[in-house]
Design a protein around this ligand. Structure first.
Ligand code: IPM
Ligand code: MG
Length: 348
């Protein structure tokens, strides 16, 4: 059986880094006997230019019928203030496919600990998995503008909290069995429901995992002062968006990190957590590692191919160990040169 991979290169550096992810998948599939078919489709700003909307219907249909979706990045200044926003395509896709669980792992490669703005000894043991709820909260509540007043509604149901929390607890069982649930329960009603629901679920089904609750403001501080004290971080949509960018600096560069957005089937959406970086687009200097790490997550979560996934992760680890560095890490390698090095390692 052949797996259909929909590729959405998107905007800015998206096409440059996604090319590395596709090459990694092709080589890993060849090595481990997987049959993959790729279909590249318009998405984001590029789709607005061509079709007048960021998520054209034929792109959405192909995504729904795929085994997995590989995405570059969306957005750019040329679409700011326009009627259609590239980001709306991404939110529309997450929501249409019901991808409620966003996994954002943050690990520090020992050879890169010096690149973190924090002292190396503080970041060297960092191994955090952020589980960001992805289809609820402020992002998807009603939005209104009445003259000089605007509002965004934040709402969560118990079921939405439970399904995200289950993914976090299950992941913790395969790691260090610790979940930190982050909210703002001293102020927000949605956070009070969040805390109450996570606690009840923990007591009922996951008492073997340790659970700690933290308020988002103090967590933002502790993620910097003692990042090594976190294992799985469970949080709602907006807090997860903000905290995952914060945590990315621990790794040395946001260009290193991949992500998976999952729902209740095997279909998932995989993308680097960095944005479209319009300032460096087209210059062949972006770091492709976040996109290639996302390809490894795709193999693991959607195609159930852990060996092929591990081969890609190992290749990334080894090239960094050997000192390969793109500009964001103070090196001189171009995007395509870094891709070539990783591909050569996967082949070995
Ligand atoms: C992310 C991005 C998106 C988000 C944007 C592009 C809509 O920042 O995936 O973290 O806010 O979720
Ligand atoms: Mg973000």
């Amino acid at each position: 059986m052949s797996h259909k991979i929909v590729v959405l290169p998107g905007d800015g550096v998206g096409p440059e880094v996604v090319d590395g992810a596709v090459q990694a998948l092709v080589v890993a599939a060849d090595k481990f006997g997987l049959a993959l078919e790729f279909d590249a489709l318009p998405f984001g700003g590029a789709a607005i230019d061509e079709y007048g909307e960021p998520l054209p219907p034929h792109t959405l249909v192909a995504c729904k019928n795929a085994s997995a979706i590989l995405l570059g990045a969306v957005g750019g200044p040329q679409w700011d203030g326009g009627e259609q926003r590239p980001e709306a395509g991404l939110l529309g896709l997450r929501s249409a496919l019901n991808l409620f669980a966003n996994l954002r792992p943050v690990n520090v490669h020992p050879a890169l600990a010096e690149h973190s703005p924090l002292r190396a000894e503080r970041v060297k043991d960092v191994d955090i998995l952020i589980l960001r709820e992805l289809t609820g909260g402020l992002y998807f509540g009603q939005k209104r503008r009445d003259g000089d007043t605007a509002s965004d509604v934040c709402s969560y149901s118990r079921d939405e909290i439970i399904r995200a929390a289950r993914v976090a607890f299950t992941a913790a069982r395969r790691r260090r069995r610790h979940v930190t649930s982050i909210d703002k329960a001293n102020v927000l009603e949605t956070s009070r429901l969040w805390r109450e629901t996570v606690s009840a679920l923990h007591e009922a089904d996951y008492a073997d995992v340790e659970l700690r609750h933290e308020l988002v403001d103090s967590a933002a501080m502790k993620l910097i002062t003692s990042p090594g004290s976190y294992d799985v971080v469970l949080t709602e949509n907006l807090f997860g968006d903000i905290l995952s960018d914060e945590c990315s600096v621990l790794a040395g560069s946001i260009g290193l990190l991949g992500s998976a957005s999952l729902g209740s089937s095997a279909l998932g959406l995989y993308e680097p957590i960095h944005g479209s970086a319009p300032d460096i687009a087209g210059q062949n200097i972006a770091n492709p590692i976040g996109a290639i790490a996302s390809a490894a997550m795709l193999l693991r979560h959607s195609l159930n191919a852990p060996k092929a996934a591990q081969a890609i992760d190992d290749a990334i680890y080894n090239v960094l160990q050997e000192g390969a560095r793109t500009r964001d890490l103070g090196g001189t390698l171009s995007c395509t040169q870094m891709i070539a090095k990783i591909i050569a390692h996967i082949r070995q």
